[in-house]
Design a protein around this ligand. Structure first.
Ligand SMILES: Nc1ncnc2c1ncn2[C@@H]1O[C@H](COP(=O)(O)OP(=O)(O)OP(=O)(O)O)[C@@H](O)[C@H]1O
Length: 511
């Protein structure tokens, strides 16, 4: 099948090279000199192209501007962005804006062809997936939030307490750490669960519109106000208003927000009177708000009003224990959404790689990486080969095949800081496993059926080993362990007692 590829690049040499590469692999190339011209093509015929190859640095409308505008137009053609060396921040932004893949310039014809071929598979299969993803609904409970690290368990504990009252909460954390997810869980876990949850991205609204968006306006309130507009505060009445990127709120609107918080009333633009509202506020920021106060960009009085209950959600690289769990949960979910007959597994190589990476775009970036890997996977297991972009960014990543050598002595000098998480845990758990079960020094994830004399082992011994393994595997999360083993929690506790297993240290032999 001939696919139609739109190449958007302001550099004529690049355009020609990409055109040649695209045509060499049997596709038709269409060329645009910048984002504006590309958008015009799309306006004329939104489904004309199968894949878009987009330069990020362009005059008139750059790559990010194009992605945003295309998203607003509902264009869902997979976009491959081209970036210069070291432009990881822009790549993260591009991925966030919906890009499918990225290639680093200068790009070889083979690399761009492979990326186009992947994007074409997504183009075919993803339409179905998108429909399912769109249906997932927005209701999130605390049970949906994957958390294994002590840091995240603490966040959940604080958030659950906040959910019990109407206390204003500020969620702090980098982009993609899960602030909105926690905000939704707070709403769903409290008495306002059945009431509206309204989100406003304060950073995305033009500053002259913020007041009208938040508080609404009457018809004729200002030139262009041809209709009455209901503001977000009124929409959220009785429920929760999630103010995302609160640090971007203009100072004059901050004064009005302060009144809304202090007195529970708002003034609709052009109405000349106030209106009572009952709104629970959850705010989020990826800025250091106190720093914004010091710099005079955020009102101190509003800061103290909103920040009654601050919760900081750490970046994913600070809680690497969560990565394997998130990876498994996302893989299972996307396998289901893809309607795969059997859910894919995440192999140890992939887990080690994903854990070694620092994820500047946090959980959103991990989720997108797994989504793409599941869509494109060929076999029953995701391996490190399914994450080429991640692998390319950790050139000294140690292949897990090497790590899998059981009693290999640990050499701390080998692992740099980013490797430390899973790779170290993996080696340690293998070493511990070999110590605790010296006769089963084979790969950790194998339960051997015969003992050293060649006879079949006792059922109880195998059961004990499996329970110890499951406790380690699910990091002591008892309800998950019981569920996965297919037994009730009370049965699990009885068995722990019978076998003398300490759930906090499952590999320790009973005294
Ligand atoms: N602990 C978690 N378990 C499962 N999924 C998560 C978790 N945290 C975040 N996610 C998923 O990661 C994605 C990003 O999360 P979310 O939008 O809540 O982040 P955010 O911090 O609000 O990002 P931004 O600041 O960019 O708005 C979402 O798809 C969310 O469902």
């Amino acid at each position: 099948m001939t696919a139609h590829i739109l190449v958007v690049d302001d550099d004529p040499v690049q355009r020609r090279l990409l055109k040649n590469a695209v045509e060499r692999y049997g596709h038709a190339a269409h060329l645009a000199e910048n984002g504006r011209i590309a958008l015009e093509f799309l306006k004329r015929n939104p489904s004309q192209f199968n894949v878009i190859v987009l330069d990020l640095m362009m005059p008139e409308l750059d790559g990010l501007g194009f992605l945003q505008a295309a998203g607003e137009m509902g264009i869902d053609t997979p976009v491959i962005v081209q970036t210069g060396q070291g432009g990881i921040d822009t790549v993260v932004q591009a991925m966030r804006a919906g890009a499918f893949d990225f290639v680093v310039k200068p790009v070889s014809p083979e690399r761009i062809a492979a990326s186009i071929s992947n994007a074409l598979k997504v183009d075919h299969r993803e339409a179905k997936v998108r429909a399912v993803r769109g249906d997932r609904g927005t209701s999130v409970s605390f049970g949906d939030i994957v958390s294994a690290s002590p840091e995240m368990l603490r966040v959940i504990d604080l958030a659950q307490r906040a959910a019990q009252s109407n206390i204003p909460v500020v969620l702090e954390g980098e982009s993609g750490v899960g602030k909105e997810m926690i905000a939704r869980a707070i709403q769903a876990g409290g008495e306002r669960a059945s009431k509206p949850f309204i989100t406003v991205n304060c950073g995305a609204i033009p500053s002259n519109m913020v007041e009208s968006v938040l508080f609404g306006h009457e018809k004729g309130a200002f030139s262009g106000a041809t209709e009455r507009h209901v503001g977000k505060f009124v929409e959220a009445d009785g429920g929760t208003l999630f103010l995302d990127e609160i640090g971007d709120l203009p100072l004059d609107v901050q004064v009005k927000l302060l009144r809304a918080v202090q007195q529970g009333e708002i003034e609709i633009v052009g109405a000349g009177k106030t209106q009572k509202v009952d709104v629970r506020l959850v705010s989020a920021t990826n800025k250091d708000l106190i720093e914004e106060v010091r710099a005079g960009r955020f009102r101190e009085d509003l800061y103290y009003r909103l920040n009654v209950f601050p919760i900081t959600i750490p970046a994913l690289r600070r809680r690497k224990e969560d990565i394997p769990h998130l990876a498994r949960v996302f893989t299972e979910r996307f396998s289901g959404e893809q309607k795969l007959e059997h859910a894919l597994h995440v192999g140890p190589g992939a887990l080690a790689l994903l854990t070694a990476y620092d994820w500047p775009g946090n959980i959103r970036q991990l989720e997108n990486a797994i989504f793409r890997a599941v869509v494109l996977a060929e076999g029953p297991e995701l391996t490190e080969k399914d994450f080429p972009q991640i692998a390319a960014q950790i050139p000294d990543f140690q292949s897990p095949e090497l790590l899998a050598t059981a009693a290999e002595p640990l050499n701390a000098d080998d692992a740099d800081e980013s490797d430390a998480g899973f790779a170290e845990a993996y080696r340690q758990s293998r070493a511990e496993s070999a110590l605790a079960h010296p006769m089963f020094g084979g790969p950790e994830n194998i339960i051997v059926s015969t003992d050293e004399t060649g006879e079949v082992r006792k059922l109880a011994d195998v059961e004990e080993e499996l329970i110890r393994f499951a406790l380690k595997f699910y990091r002591g999360q008892m309800s998950q362990v019981a569920r996965k083993l297919g037994i009730g929690r009370s049965t699990l506790y009885r068995k722990l007692k019978d076998y003398g297993i300490d759930p906090d240290d499952p590999l320790k032999e009973a005294a």
